[in-house]
Write a protein that binds this ligand. Structure first.
Ligand SMILES: Nc1nc2c(c(=O)[nH]1)N[C@H]1C(S)=C(S)[C@@H](COP(=O)(O)O)O[C@H]1N2
Ligand SMILES: [Mo]
Length: 424
């Protein structure tokens, strides 16, 4: 019966035209309509706002304004206007921020796909633009949809495959975020009033006028609420199989998360490893007590310390996690070593300055990192020699690694060889 109405409502289209996605009768799911689109839209409004904020915050945590060594987007210009000195408290700050960013991003994938599915007929409207305003709106939608797909795809690739774009993930994801969020804001400003109205008094009868409602709907196989449960269930499944990468005891539940190149095994050093010593090209011969020296440079010159000499300095402990930009983190581990600020004092600084930390590693992205004065000054910031009561394993950075509260994992340089204190 509904089918018969179709040619009368759209006399310009013959039945054969339904094969074309541009024909109104082509899209036949009875689920499409303003209510479904509005529910999904409101979920994304909240979710994507959180993703944007946690993403910008995560970028600030890298100290990109401190040193060219840390800056992955040298041409960020005014987009870096908001950068601030990353605090060291609370010590789980980056772990929380990045866990939320990555886990929420993964969880929202089904919602994003469902939202795009719910409006896909609009991609195929003819004529492509009825007016200048309509043309502008469609271009902004292109940026919106393209931006969303781009951000989710680059994010997931970084989380899953590590560094598929060598060195260039940050600029892509960072600039993409701004383009996407600008289009997102315009979209939200235009659509929120209508979406809220749709949600408040939604009657099926009112839906008939909307262009998302198929003029020629197929028999329903599932209710709209059923469809929402399906999307929500997909999100829940993704959440349940990725959130565990943030907790040592639950890591096995994170079926979707990468588990690192090496099984860290049990025992004191049995927690997640990102890059193994072998991968980083660390030669065991360079890390022996005879060969290894820590070279510390500062105001008063250069000091070279053997491991035995380091052990003569006051040793301190701190319980701190490792939290990677990729969204995995460890529970707090007990690190023991020399305070960074004590090393600064050795080369003439009573007030902690910035420091550039370089590792034995000859190549690769994360062989050096710059820390800000407030990070050096924190008494929990250590050049760690031990973890959980045992010497660092080769993969965790033996003979010595940096560990700083609240900082992204990438700033916690392993296999440290050289520290240069001074304003960066
Ligand atoms: N020299 C060096 N230090 C490094 C890295 C590296 O590749 N080389 N990776 C960093 C990154 S990205 C993270 S998340 C942490 C991982 O620490 P873990 O392997 O001890 O868990 O170490 C950091 N320190
Ligand atoms: Mo990392």
């Amino acid at each position: 019966m509904v089918r018969e109405r179709f040619p009368r409502v759209y006399p310009a289209y013959g039945r054969g035209m339904k094969r074309s996605p541009f024909a109104p009768g082509f899209w036949r799911s009875p689920l499409r309509g303003p209510w479904l689109t509005s529910v999904l839209g409101v979920v994304l409004l909240g979710g994507i706002t959180v993703l944007f904020v946690t993403g910008l915050v995560s970028y600030a945590a890298y100290n990109p304004d401190l040193s060219p060594v840390n800056d992955k987007t040298p041409d960020k210009g005014i987009l870096g206007f908001y950068l601030f000195s990353w605090p060291t408290d609370p010590h789980w700050l980056y772990r929380l921020n990045q866990g939320v960013h990555v886990t929420l991003g993964i969880t929202l994938i089904p919602v994003l796909l469902a939202k795009l599915w719910s409006v896909v007929p609009r991609l195929f409207t003819l004529p492509p633009a009825r007016s200048l305003a309509h043309a502008l709106e469609r271009i902004s939608l292109l940026l919106l949809v393209g931006g969303a797909l781009f951000e989710f795809v680059t994010g997931v690739l970084n989380v899953q495959l590590d560094y598929i774009f060598p060195g260039s993930f940050y600029p892509l994801h960072f600039y993409g975020a701004w383009v996407f969020f600008a289009a997102f804001l315009a979209h939200v400003a235009l659509k929120t009033p209508m979406a809220l109205r749709n949600l408040r008094h939604m009657r099926e009868s009112r839906e008939e006028k909307d262009d998302l409602v198929s003029p020629d709907p197929a028999e329903p196989t599932v209710s709209r609420r059923g469809a929402l449960w399906f999307v929500g269930g997909g999100s829940l499944l993704l959440f349940a199989t990725s959130v565990g990468q943030n907790f040592d005891g639950l890591r096995w539940t994170a079926l979707l998360a990468p588990h690192g190149p090496a099984d860290p095994g049990d025992g004191p050093n049995g927690f997640q490893i990102n890059k193994t010593a072998a991968y980083a090209g660390i030669r065991p011969a360079d890390t022996t007590d005879e060969a290894w020296r820590l070279v510390v440079t500062g105001r008063t010159g250069t000091v070279r310390l053997s491991r035995a000499e380091l052990l003569q300095l006051p040793l301190h402990s701190a319980a701190l996690p490792i939290a990677c930009v990729e969204g995995w983190s460890t529970s707090d581990q007990w690190w023991r070593g020399v305070r960074l600020r004590d090393l600064a004092a050795l080369v003439g600084y009573d007030d902690s300055p910035d420091v550039l930390v370089e590792s034995l590693q000859q190549r690769g992205a994360f062989r050096r990192a710059a820390l800000r004065a407030n990070q050096v000054a924190d008494p929990r910031s250590l050049l760690a020699l031990f973890v959980n009561g045992e010497e660092l394993s080769p993969d965790h950075g033996h003979p010595a690694r940096v560990i700083v509260p609240a900082a992204p994992g990438v700033l916690n340089t392993k296999w440290v060889a050289r520290m240069t204190f001074g304003d960066l």
